[in-house]
Design a protein around this ligand. Structure first.
Ligand SMILES: NC(=O)c1ccc[n+]([C@@H]2O[C@H](COP(=O)([O-])OP(=O)(O)OC[C@H]3O[C@@H](n4cnc5c(N)ncnc54)[C@H](OP(=O)(O)O)[C@@H]3O)[C@@H](O)[C@H]2O)c1
Length: 228
């Protein structure tokens, strides 16, 4: 049987990195991207072809075009796309956030997943199956002080996903996903030492990957959360 293919954006650290070995243990082939070339080289060394790790800044349209073309050429339409790559703003009220920092978080967290979907969905729709998970957050469904730019992008991910789900009508399922709260670089950047009381990414991935693998048409447009 042809192996299943998963695309993971932001696979060099955190949740994206932790999911790689779990998918490989489940006999999936992984195509991952991030910006850190040295981490990607290490991934290539550790996880040999057909797994595939390339530089792609999801906020750069040309890099998304080239990464997605390489995925489609090497593997064909993916079975699962995890739009995981994101950043968070340094904690500050909106009026102390520069216009360029605001644009940057929109470019990565919102325009990145949109670009990936634009490039991968046509082939997935043509085949007539597949799942796209767009990483949202608790801060995509509720708010907190100091993270307005991040909240704006994650609320937008919910809307982008649910509306795109209506366009695909479930032929490819589009799902906004709150991963939960996990001790990663991102969490440490906002919770400091308090992040240590949350599960680490490796433990989270053992729960999250089986949950992602069973997603399908029935879940199209549903706002889901990785079970604790
Ligand atoms: N951790 C949590 O508690 C939590 C809670 C709610 C939601 N989330 C969401 O879960 C996802 C993963 O978060 P995390 O905690 O694993 O974050 P993280 O530890 O900061 O890792 C983020 C990953 O995204 C990549 N990335 C950032 N900007 C990128 C860009 N422009 N292009 C390509 N890759 C980029 C980073 O790699 P490079 O630096 O190599 O590019 C890194 O691999 C995010 O969508 C986040 O919003 C996390």
């Amino acid at each position: 049987m042809k192996p299943k293919i998963v695309v993971i954006t932001g696979c060099t650290r955190g949740l994206g990195r932790a999911m790689i070995p779990i998918f490989i243990d489940a006999a999936w082939q992984v195509a991952g991207c991030g910006r850190d070339e040295s981490q990607l080289a290490e991934l290539r060394h550790q996880f040999r072809p057909p797994h595939f790790f390339e530089v792609c800044d999801v906020s750069c349209e040309a890099e998304v075009v080239s990464f997605c073309a390489a995925v489609l050429t090497s593997f064909g339409p993916p079975d699962l796309v995890l739009n995981n790559a994101a950043i968070i703003n340094p904690s500050a009220p909106l009026w102390e956030t520069s216009a360029s920092d605001f644009s940057r978080i929109i470019d990565i967290n919102l325009k990145g997943p949109a670009a990936m979907m634009r490039k991968l969905l046509p082939a997935m729709l043509e085949r007539g199956s597949g799942v796209i998970v767009n990483f949202s957050s608790g801060w995509g469904r509720g708010t907190a002080a100091g993270v307005a730019p991040y909240c704006a992008t994650k609320f937008a991910i919910e809307g982008l996903s649910m509306a795109t789900a209506q366009d695909t009508a479930g032929k490819v399922a589009i799902i906004p996903m709150n991963p939960g709260i996990i001790n990663t670089d991102m969490l440490r950047s906002c919770f400091g030492g308090g992040a240590a009381s949350y599960p680490d990414a490796a433990d989270w991935a053992k729960r999250a990957v089986p949950f992602f693998i069973q997603l399908g048409r029935k879940d199209n447009g549903r706002s889901l959360t990785v079970p604790a």
